[in-house]
Design a protein around this ligand. Structure first.
Ligand SMILES: [Zn+2]
Ligand SMILES: [Zn+2]
Length: 248
């Protein structure tokens, strides 16, 4: 499978990147993991306006789902549209949240999206076997494990350290893991990971490669985050960049 980072900025768009959105392709099927603010722009730059066959939203914070609202216009009003409803796998309440954010007066988005509620477990999406589990974040949030052809990509979503994250990442070839916080400062509990913690999870899970994401550029330090992750994980580590592609 192939991963393209569309957006990787944590919490709000950064000067160089949209918020979280990751396109994963296999056998011609295109699965979008998260659709955060600004990432519709990156979808056009790195893939194409229609280059999505299904969407998984890890949770309903704006930096992970807001452009699923913007995308309604594309699917509903394109000159060669409307396009058929797109499957969206998301936490409970997604249909209401997205339609309210799109417009208070225009009703449901059923013509644009077919919603499926996420619950912990495994299920197929296109050629992928998808496993999701609840992770440690203040709202209903899922980490995601994608398997295809014996290869594994794990995505943390937003989370603090938790057992579910370790299970999802177990033996992953590529572990796309958030590292929002700096180490050595007094971070709020049960929200996010530091670089050191991301590295610790990667080591315990025995992953092949660690890709750090969701850094909050304006408040953090890429250098420190990378160094801290490398202090606890001996394998290859790098920081996600918009447009970067990985064969998994
Ligand atoms: Zn986030
Ligand atoms: Zn969040």
């Amino acid at each position: 499978m192939r991963l393209t980072v569309l957006g990787c900025a944590g919490s709000f768009p950064g000067p160089e990147s949209a918020c979280s959105a990751y396109l994963v392709e296999a056998d011609g099927f295109r699965l979008l993991l998260d659709f955060g603010s600004g990432s519709l722009s990156a979808l056009q730059r790195y893939a194409g306006l229609k280059a999505v066959d299904a969407i998984v939203l890890s949770h309903l914070h704006c930096d992970h789902m807001m452009d699923a609202c913007t995308y309604v216009v594309v699917r509903r009003y394109a000159p060669d549209g409307p396009y058929p409803p797109l499957p969206v796998y998301a936490p409970s309440g997604a249909p209401e949240r997205l339609s309210a954010a799109y417009s208070a007066e225009e009703g449901p988005l059923d013509d644009v999206y077919t919603f499926y509620g996420l619950q912990p477990g495994s299920f197929p999406i296109g050629p992928f076997t998808v496993t999701v589990d609840r992770v440690n974040h203040p709202v209903e949030t899922y980490g995601v494990r994608l398997e295809h052809d014996g290869r594994v990509l794990a995505y943390s979503g937003d989370t603090a350290v938790c057992d579910a994250l370790l299970r999802l990442a177990q033996g992953a070839d590529l572990f796309l893991c958030e590292a929002s916080y700096l180490d050595g400062v007094d971070n709020p509990p049960d929200l996010h990971l530091t670089g050191r913690e991301a590295g610790e999870v990667a080591t315990k899970a025995g992953v092949g490669r660690l890709l750090l994401t969701h850094l909050v550029t304006a408040w953090g330090s890429e250098v420190e985050t990378l160094e801290n992750a490398m202090s606890t994980f001996q394998g290859p580590v790098e920081i996600a960049r918009p447009g970067a592609r990985y064969e998994v």
